[in-house]
Structures are given as structure tokens and as C-alpha cells.
Design a binder for this molecule. Structure first.
Ligand code: FE
Ligand code: FE
Length: 401
């Protein structure tokens, strides 16, 4: 009897974790093959960011092209109406009477299994294979398996349920889609052939972000444009670490220097036009005003209405007392982005930058404190610039935390 594994999923997109799960089941249960079966776009996900059936199938094909024993099937995609797992398994059993099927599910899907359509029929038509994934406590899965086995056992029938340990991974299709929309590399998260396909077809790109990006590129110098892209990506990573809104972090990062292309005269002009109040320091060095004007442009030109995003842009150079999480993230990302360099003749400043970089993913407030202090000391000791009131207040607020 052929032993055939079935791995269903939206595969939106298929990623390395899917491959690892299938491989673990393939090896541990000595399967002859594993069939990847993309599911139809469920009605409740219709308006979300789900790629077309064709694209998802193509990506699956690319992902498994060099994987021995793996195949793709459009059985669920090609069926009309609702597709239930129990029906799929019925068709498979009828089509391949000489095969035994192993239906592979993630350990986290196990809890909902009794609520699936005809779970008892599913268990009679296949062996169930639960694969332990990241952050799931394996003993928890084993208990659930025992429970389901008892729940669906009858006098003459005991469900066949296996547990397979898969390498830990926190890759998700959701994160991959997000990363693509932010233009962050997905190297190592999918098979290269899948990344290539996504890149070529421009799947999961955001037209809004792409438009922002094009506008920034046309306005800013190449150097500044690289900087804003770096700040946006750094901000996304910090947002992920600190559970802040990644979209807001990305937008604020991308737009934080959106007024940086104005010369002094234009800064003054725009400040007057929008009644932006200027400190004496700002009147003396008008480039400082790019943050305040940036917030105005973000609203007027880019249609951003979220106050937190606008404040993150407004206070990205000075900081301020009691900053929001997003404000801190943008302030720090602006300072630590990978392209930022420090004058190496100033070892203290270079050290602070390295310190801030290594600290940013561990303690946001300490990082903020370091940067405020470095900036403050720099302004006090090494330049004849005056310090803006807002910077002084921010420094005073954070210096003792
Ligand atoms: Fe700036
Ligand atoms: Fe900047």
C-alpha cells in the first residue's frame, strides 16, 4: 500500500516552514510522497490579501520542484462550491483505493479539529498527522491527540493519529506578505524560486506604499532616499520586536524626511504658509524645521491622518518628553539605521552608535536615553549650535530613567 501524505493550506505564499513540516512527516512516517494541496480562498478571507488560485499553485510548484517525493494537486482548487476535507479524502480514497492517506495538520489546528465538517469521517478516511510547530508545547499536543482519539473511538474503530516533531520556526505567510509590502528581503523565508516568482509578478506589493516610495525617490537625493528606506525597514523591525503597528512604523519611517529636499528659503516659506511656530534655534538653522514641515506634508500631500504617525515625524529630530512607542521607534530608527555613519575621528560618537544599535532590540527606553544624551552632549560640547527647547526637555525627561 502506498503511503501518501496530504498537506493542505492556503499557501499564501508557501514558505520554508511548510516544506519542513512536509519533510518531517515524509521522513518520520516513511511516506512514499506528500501531496501539497492548496485550498480555495475561503469566503471569510475573500477581501484579504490572498493571491489568486493560479499564483498560489504556481508558487507551490516552484517550492517543491527540487524536493524528491513532493507533488502538487489542484483537487481542492478545481472543485466547485465549498470544499470540505472529508469530501476531499473521500474522492482520494475512491480514486486511489490502493493508497493509504496521511492528512498533515499543524499542532495548532488540532484544538479546532472536532469542529471541522464530519471529523469522524475524516478520521475513518485517513490517518491524522499532527506536526509540532514553534511555540507550541509538545506535551500539550500529545494530550490533545489522546483526547481526540478517545472522543472519536467506537467499539470497532480507533482513529490513527500521529505526532511528528518538526524543526522550530516562526516563519508565517503573514509576515512574508508584510515584508514584501515593505520591500524587506524575504531571503531564507521561502525557496528562492518562490521569491523570484513573487518578485516578478509583484505579488503582495502595496500600491499605496509603492506610490509613496516613487514620490520620495523623485524628490529626495539618492543618499537621502536610501536613508528613508533604511529608516522605514529598521522601524518595521523595531515595531515587530516591541509589538507596535508595523504599517504605521513603515509609513512614518518612509515619510519622516519627506520635507528634507527644501532649501532654507523654501522651509521658511512653507513654515509661514502653514503657521508653523519656529523656535529661535530653528530660525537660525532652518533645516531643523524639516521635521515639523514633514508632518504637514505627510498630512497634506500623502493623506496621512493618524496623529501618532504625524507626531512621530514631527518629533523625529528633537524628541520630546513622554514619547509614544511609535515616536520612540522612529527617533531611534533614524539614528541607528544601517547606513548611518559616524565620524570615526570621534570614537565616543561611534561607540554610542554601536551601543544604540545593539541595545535597540533589547531596551527601547535605554536606547532613547543614550541617543538623547549623545545628541545633547554633541550639541553642547562640540558645536556652537544652540539647542532646541524641545530637545532639552526631552533630554531632561529621559536622562534619569
Ligand atoms: Fe530628519
Ligand atoms: Fe532622517
Amino acid at each position: 500500500m502506498k503511503r501518501i501524505g496530504i498537506l493542505g493550506g492556503t499557501f499564501n505564499p508557501i514558505h520554508i516552514s511548510h516544506i519542513l513540516i512536509a519533510r518531517a512527516a515524509f521522513n518520520e512516517l516513511a511516506l512514499d510522497r506528500v501531496i501539497f494541496m492548496p485550498s480555495k480562498n475561503p469566503p471569510h478571507k475573500q477581501d484579504l490579501d490572498v493571491a489568486s488560485d493560479d499564483d498560489r499553485m504556481n508558487m507551490v510548484r516552484f517550492a517543491i520542484e527540487d524536493e524528491p517525493g513532493f507533488e502538487a494537486s489542484g483537487l481542492e482548487l478545481n472543485r466547485e462550491g465549498l470544499t470540505y476535507t472529508s469530501d476531499t479524502l473521500k474522492i482520494l480514497n475512491e480514486t486511489y483505493p490502493e493508497a493509504k492517506f496521511y492528512f498533515i495538520i499543524g499542532g495548532d489546528s488540532l484544538a479546532s479539529f472536532p469542529h471541522w465538517h464530519e471529523p469522524d469521517q475524516i478520521l475513518r478516511r485517513c490517518a491524522l498527522v499532527c506536526v509540532g510547530r514553534a511555540i507550541t508545547d509538545n506535551s500539550l499536543i500529545r494530550n490533545k491527540i489522546a483526547k481526540i482519539r478517545t472522543m472519536f473511538s467506537t467499539g470497532d474503530f480507533t482513529p490513527e493519529i500521529y505526532f511528528v516533531n518538526a524543526p522550530q520556526s516562526d516563519i508565517s505567510s503573514y509576515m512574508i506578505r508584510k515584508y514584501i509590502s515593505y520591500d524587506i528581503s524575504i531571503l531564507g523565508l521561502t525557496k528562492p524560486a518562490v521569491s523570484d516568482y513573487i518578485f516578478k509578478t509583484r505579488l503582495y506589493r502595496s500600491s499605496v506604499y509603492d506610490e509613496f516610495m516613487m514620490k520620495m525617490e523623485s524628490l529626495l537625493s539618492p543618499h537621502r532616499f536610501t536613508h528613508v528606506k533604511n529608516v522605514a525597514k529598521t522601524a518595521v523591525k523595531l515595531a515587530r520586536t516591541y509589538n507596535a503597528d508595523m504599517d504605521k512604523a513603515y509609513i512614518a519611517g518612509l515619510l519622516h524626511d519627506c520635507a528634507k529636499y527644501l532649501d532654507d528659503e523654501q522651509m521658511l516659506q512653507v513654515a509661514e504658509e502653514y503657521n508653523i511656530e519656529l523656535e529661535e534655534v530653528e530660525k537660525a538653522s532652518l533645516q531643523l524645521v524639516h521635521a515639523k514641515i514633514g508632518a504637514v506634508f505627510a498630512r497634506e500631500v500623502y493623506g496621512i491622518e493618524d496623529e501618532d504617525i504625524l507626531n512621530a515625524i514631527r518629533y523625529h529630530t528633537t524628541g520630546r518628553p513622554n514619547m509614544s512607542l511609535l515616536e520612540k521607534i522612529i527617533y531611534i530608527a533614524d539614528y541607528i539605521e544601517p547606513g548611518r555613519k559616524r565620524d570615526i575621528s570621534d570614537p565616543q560618537a561611534a561607540r554610542m552608535l554601536e551601543l544604540a544599535r545593539s541595545f535597540a532590540s533589547v531596551d527601547l527606553d535605554q536606547t532613547l536615553k543614550y541617543i538623547l544624551k549623545e545628541t545633547y552632549d554633541y550639541l553642547v560640547n562640540k558645536t556652537d549650535y544652540a539647542i532646541s527647547d524641545m530637545t532639552r526637555k526631552a533630554y531632561e525627561f529621559y536622562k534619569d530613567i
